[in-house]
Design a protein. Structure first.
Length: 309
């Protein structure tokens, strides 16, 4: 996202590395999780460079745009009832799902996304240029790691500021009109293309025309395939913006379970994108095998954007 790129570029100035790796470097200090979250990284940037406050503020508006659009469109199209439905999706699961099933789905979601991150770490270790892969100091077995993981999920700007728009509003609206799989692919495509401005190095030609086209294609594919996994868990809990926020935060990996590749150039960047994509493809194939095109949506479920559900 634009805020991450601004903060990381200003903090480190390492344009030779992909955006995700610069962001990891910008947040890999010794003071723990606080430096690894986008909200706090933005605050640190303002403290270190007070003149950047306006740029940071304007950058926050970019990831907020899906959520702002969701509330505006819900109000205009469906009135107060549409806004109420949107707000009611800030829940862990629906009343019809119940807490027992809800907890099971949340647990399976957490295992799935942690497994994907660790799978990416393993692929990074295998395929990264020699000597370029490193583990970030993440004390997984410490007593505070679960708290750090929880904080990383709910302090991630991408999850908090985007998911009301993508899966809190757009996904249920589309699912009411077409199959969940078709709705998911549309949301994934929009989600991926919407992230193009957050890759200014690619758009400005840092990797050439064909290199940039390749990276943007992988980016859109990643978001589209990831949307299949996210829709499944979203539907299994009866429509929850909270679980969408959590999955978004887990994918962004603020606790750095994926490790990182410290190498510049197109080749390492492509490797880092493909190692992110591969475990997601595996998870999506399993989801499609289990649930088919309905992606966990119960028949007759009414996840609509109007005044009722």
């Amino acid at each position: 996202m634009v805020l991450r790129d601004l903060a990381c570029n200003r903090a480190r100035g390492r344009r030779d590395l992909p955006v995700e790796r610069r962001c990891q470097e910008a947040g890999s200090g010794n003071s723990g999780l606080e430096e690894r979250t986008d909200f706090v990284s933005a605050g640190r940037l303002v403290v270190l460079e007070p003149q950047s406050w306006l740029g940071v503020f304007l950058s926050i508006l970019q990831p907020l745009s899906p959520d702002i659009a969701a509330f505006v469109v819900a109000a205009l199209a469906f009135g107060l009832g549409g806004v109420v439905v949107l707000v009611r999706r800030y829940r862990f699961w629906s009343a019809g799902v119940g807490w027992r099933k809800g907890l099971r789905v949340w647990g399976l979601m957490l295992i799935t996304f942690l497994a994907m991150s660790l799978g990416t770490a393993g692929l990074n270790y295998i395929f990264a240029p020699q000597g370029s892969f490193e583990w970030v100091n993440t004390p997984v077995f410490s007593w505070w790691f679960p708290l750090a993981l929880l904080a990383s999920i709910f302090l991630d700007i991408g999850g908090v500021t985007e998911e009301t728009g993508w899966r809190g509003f757009a996904l249920p609206l589309l699912q009411a009109r077409m199959t969940p799989l078709a709705a998911t692919l549309i949301v994934g495509l929009m989600w991926g293309v919407w992230h193009f401005p957050a890759r200014p190095d690619i758009l400005l030609g840092a990797y050439g025309l064909w290199g940039g086209a390749l990276l943007l294609t992988i980016l859109v594919l990643r978001f589209s395939v990831l949307s299949i996994v996210m829709t499944y868990f979203y539907n299994r809990v009866g429509g929850s913006t909270f679980i969408a926020i959590s999955m978004h935060g887990l994918h962004n990996d603020s606790v750095f379970l994926q490790g990182r590749i410290n190498a510049g150039g197109l080749g390492p960047y492509v490797v880092s994108e493909l190692t992110l994509l591969a475990p997601i493809v595996v998870a999506a194939c399993i989801v499609l095998f289990i649930s088919g095109h309905r992606l966990g949506l119960d028949k007759g479920a009414g996840h609509v954007a109007g005044g009722h559900e």
